[in-house]
Design a binder for this molecule. Structure first.
Ligand SMILES: Nc1ncnc2c1ncn2[C@@H]1O[C@H](COP(=O)(O)OP(=O)(O)OP(=O)(O)O)[C@@H](O)[C@H]1O
Length: 310
């Protein structure tokens, strides 16, 4: 697979407050993949995306898109010359403009381009409506159509799913993935939400304090976190010794177990139970599907998955 975005030694410090926002970041994004930057608020995700888009200047380093250097010591291409398009939080649609005008706003796309994109985003027949007359899913498609009409090489998505209520969010997330994959476009998605990242991404980079801590598939980073920060960020764990940890799904309540404990609490999460076990004065977290367990019950357990060591 071709590398469509190549980032080398990217550095950026905001002088006010001396905030290091990119500390020597190097990474590659492959053609056709959905690549996610996952990090807590303030980790530097938005600034990173803005540097790729050309909306913020790095202090040092190099960015190439589609084999063209768009930023280096001697070069800083305008956003419109970078073959990128940005989908902003809440889509940033213009409320008083028709769907057609929203899609073509600021673009020199032809009538045929508009027709094509309306067709591809299943918005044919909606072009004369105003944004508020469309459903959440349709509004998202307008935002994608507006981004895609200029045929960018990479789609940059700045937390498009935040501030949307849970039910609609799940629907929009599914449609977003379907659309991106149908267009076959490379996408860089930034989010603080682990679930969105796991759902959408081919690969994920974990960002903290302007650093990329780990890059991999969701499975890679969940099962083989590089450090304790990544491990904790991606899911719950029980500490077993000074440097060993285990995920709740890797402890099993079983009569074959040689370790013993007593159930201290059971929390119902809908599709599974989180069971807190007291064993040798230590609390262990277990995820279980067994709906016969009771608080106070004596149980035996085994470790049935990898023990993480840092
Ligand atoms: N123009 C600026 N000047 C000074 N500091 C800035 C500027 N833009 C962002 N920052 C600071 O840089 C840090 C990272 O901001 P950034 O928005 O890139 O992070 P983020 O991970 O996207 O967070 P969020 O999800 O909250 O937007 C924050 O502490 C922010 O206050």
């Amino acid at each position: 697979m071709n590398q469509i975005v190549q980032i080398r030694n990217l550095q950026k410090v905001f002088p006010k407050g001396n905030i290091c926002i990119a500390e020597n970041i190097s990474l590659d994004i492959k053609e056709g993949e959905i690549f996610t930057i996952l990090g807590k608020s303030g980790s530097g995700k938005t600034t990173f995306l803005r540097m790729i888009a050309g909306l913020e200047s790095p202090d040092d380093g190099e960015i190439s898109i589609d084999n063209n250097i768009v930023f280096s010591k001697n070069k800083n291409l305008e956003p419109k010359n970078r073959k990128v398009a940005v989908v902003f939080q809440n889509y940033a649609l213009l409320p008083h403009l028709s769907i057609a005008s929203n899609i073509t706003f600021g673009s020199d796309a032809s009538k045929q381009d508009l027709e094509d994109i309306l067709e591809k985003t299943k918005l044919k027949g909606q072009e004369n409506k105003l944004p508020h007359e469309l459903s959440g899913g349709q509004q998202q498609r307008v935002a994608l159509a507006r981004a895609l009409i200029n045929k960018p090489k990479i789609l940059l998505l700045d937390e498009p799913l935040s501030n949307i209520d849970t039910e609609l969010r799940a629907h929009l997330r599914a449609e977003l993935k379907e659309m991106i994959k149908a267009f076959g476009i490379t996408a860089l998605f930034i989010t603080h939400d682990k679930e969105d990242a796991f759902y959408l991404s081919d690969r994920i980079a974990i960002m903290a304090g302007g650093n990329i801590l780990q890059v991999g598939t969701a499975k890679d980073i969940y099962h083989h976190p590089n450090d304790l920060y990544c491990a904790n960020f991606l899911g719950k764990m029980t500490q077993l010794s000074s440097n060993t940890y285990i995920r709740p799904e890797h402890i099993e309540i079983s009569n074959d177990g040689i370790l013993e404990g007593i159930i201290k609490d059971i929390i119902f999460y809908g599709s599974f139970y989180e069971v807190i076990i007291l064993s040798k004065n230590k609390e262990l977290l277990i995820h279980s599907f067994d709906d016969k367990l009771e608080i106070g019950q004596e149980i035996k357990y085994i470790f049935n998955g990898e023990i993480l060591e840092f």
